[in-house]
Design a protein around this ligand. Sequence first.
Ligand code: ZN
Ligand code: ZN
Length: 408
Amino acid sequence: MKALLILSDGIADVPCPQLGGRTPLEAGTNPHLDRLAAEGITGLMDPLKPGIPAGSDTAHIAIFGENPFSVYRGRGYLEALGVGLSPGADDIGFRVNFGTVTDGVITDRRAGRDPTGLSELVRDITREVSLSVPFSLKEATGTRAALVLKGSGLSYHLTDGDPHREGLAPLSVCPSDGSDDASRTAEIVNDFVAQAAEVLRGHPVNDLREARGLLPANYMLVRGAGIRPVVTPLPERYGISACCIAATALIRGVATCFGLDLIDVPGLTGEYNTVLEDRAGYVLEALDAYDFVFVHFKATDTASHDGNPRRKVEMIEKLDTFVGRLLAGIDPQKVVVALTGDHTTPCMLGDHSGEPVPLVLWGGRVRTDDVLSYGERSCAKGGIGRLTAQDLMPVLMNQAGRVHKFGE
Ligand code: ZN
Ligand code: ZN
């Protein structure tokens, strides 16, 4: 048996007043998600532990079977890996935003979210900034980028340069553990930020941006310092071939750490304009070639962060269309399918929260239950009961016949 795991980021929610007290999953029309629930087995899954809100990074580490409380080493390395930088085992990765600073105060943390000219800025910063260690910088989606510092004797125990709020001055990066390595690394990062600001000040790209009525991208806000988490790759753990279809850099980075091959599918983005529903064919092809296929859909989380439950309903319906097209090409005797989320993102909060997420398994020999629809309340009555994300891979791989007996 093969296995397909479809993950809709932040799909779970809480009752929304704008939807008459229903969640976005409950308010939409999702015949294919409901079919999975009716023909499969459902339950609830805690991404980390009950009540602990998960980041997408820690949740995915758990979903791929490791304990994030022991292996997580920050987000920046995963992000750098995901944008296609190839950080070494000792290197430190950072998340970077191009921001706008006016008179020493951050007026926009994302430079108006407009990426015009940023590749040129990345190129010139890479060319002109000179540090005591080698570094690489690469654009990511929107106005984001990833930075890698290379070399030994560096530490990721650092505070953020991004105060995460507008109207404040950017912060100096400081060591968070008092070690010499962290002090030295903090100095290098602050040196990078200062030199980059020199390059950006009065850069022709920023003149052009301002002439077009855009905000200048004149400051690099760094955060999320991280190193490589030590994890067991899925091919090693289960003797399987595995691949990942995802547009989001972070998820691509986590998947890479777990030994999944990245499959690029045109038209997939982390935004509302993604065309996942038209790309079921790529997933079916991947299922021909691999034992385990992981598909990530970001737009549900995006709608939640935007506080827009109606848009979230639409994005879930997009996912439903994708699932319908996929199921038309899948033989349930050959493929077991799981569909879940990585955390709850209530639209009313615009951020992640600690409630569990609905889970469904379909195909193969799964026991069915009496649940007929896929939603937070309905899946709470399901036959799986409640498990933690770290148990998902064994549960799924057991269905696929990939878990060895423990004992005689
Ligand atoms: Zn997430
Ligand atoms: Zn999120």
